[in-house]
Design a protein around this ligand. Structure first.
Ligand SMILES: Cc1cc2nc3c(=O)[nH]c(=O)nc-3n(C[C@H](O)[C@H](O)[C@H](O)COP(=O)(O)O)c2cc1C
Length: 309
């Protein structure tokens, strides 16, 4: 087995990624921000920052706070709005080469659906429906905590964007994640991605108040990896759709663990902030692992049995 015989590609809901490494939403801008820093064209895919129908300025106050093994954020879905994204960012993002996934968010079901209509006729390859953002007061994660609330948004978005594969991004904060996952699939999700950030708290002991204006914020990074991995493992037994795993993936070993646990692809978020070439190193590292094991196809990494998605 040599490197030229190794096939890193993966097809999820009809979308063919050249490799399973995708930049996670909110951590890679719209691609151009990293274009001079790493070889962006080598990535399998890029997820956009969470997009909403109308522009959002995001949250006031501090937005990022480091913890010993992670990162807390309270960005609040700052974005230019879908129409501006389609006009100003998408042509350039498309030209970079990787598959383009639009991360769609909203405050109401109607707003989600109207956003989906705009994306449906665009050139994005896939929609990642974000029902898991913990940093907005209305919408976001509130839809992802409960099975009925989840289907109330997945169903209309599915209808509004019949041309686009639909991946739903789940919240690890859901009391019954399996029930939410099943509800999303029943409502038309073609794939699931998980996890978004964990709701967390940091206090400033000198100011004697919460660090974030919103009090809580979303925790990501190495601290959450074992929990996210367990969730991917369990969902593999729960639903029969492709799973894209993420949460604290920082290096090849982390990525391989998610692929072994049943994820068909992975997303990398916080690690890119600390070490921008992380995703490139992970792509090369996965190929190196496959070569050493004499694997020619990506799905051979899984220890969960093969499924013909
Ligand atoms: C600064 C920041 C902004 C984020 N913005 C979004 C977002 O707009 N939409 C979304 O679905 N997830 C967002 N996320 C969550 C990430 O995409 C990812 O699910 C999470 O950080 C876990 O992966 P990681 O540990 O590799 O960072 C954001 C995360 C961070 C750190």
């Amino acid at each position: 087995m040599n490197k030229s015989q190794i096939d890193l590609s993966v097809t999820i809901a009809g979308v063919r990624f050249r490799n399973p490494v995708i930049a996670a939403s909110g951590t890679f801008g719209y691609g151009r921000e990293y274009a001079g820093i790493i070889d962006v064209s080598a990535l399998g895919g890029i997820c956009t920052k969470g997009l909403t129908l109308n522009p959002r300025t995001g949250n006031a106050g501090l937005r990022l706070h480091e913890t010993p093994a992670g990162l807390m954020n309270s960005i609040g879905l700052e974005n230019p709005g879908i129409a501006a994204f389609l006009e100003k960012e998408l042509p350039n993002l498309r030209a970079l080469g990787p598959m383009v996934i639009a991360n769609l968010s909203g405050s109401t079901v109607e707003e989600y659906a109207e956003g989906a209509v705009l994306l449906n006729t665009s050139s994005v390859d896939m929609i990642e429906l974000n029902i898991s953002c913990p940093n907005v007061k209305a919408g976001g994660m509130t839809f992802g905590l409960d099975p009925e609330a989840a289907s109330s948004v997945v169903r209309p978005v599915r209808k509004a964007a019949p041309n686009k594969p639909l991946m739903v991004k789940l919240s690890p904060n859901a009391p019954d994640l399996a029930a939410v996952a099943r509800a999303c699939v029943d409502a038309g999700a073609d794939a699931l991605s998980l996890v978004n950030t964990f709701k967390a708290l940091a206090l400033d002991i000198n100011a004697r108040k919460p660090v974030f204006d919103n009090i809580s914020a979303g925790l990501s990074g190495p601290a959450i990896k074992p929990i996210a991995l367990r969730m991917v493992w369990e969902l593999y037994d729960t639903v029969k759709v492709p799973i894209v795993g993420m949460g604290g993936i920082s290096n090849t070993k982390d990525a391989l663990e998610f692929l072994m646990a049943g994820a068909m692809a992975i997303e990398v978020g916080s690690a890119t902030f600390a070490h921008p070439p992380a995703m490139i190193e992970i792509i090369n590292g996965i190929a190196g692992y496959m070569e050493s094991r004499k694997f020619s196809r990506l799905e051979e990494i899984s220890i969960r049995g093969n499924r013909a998605w």
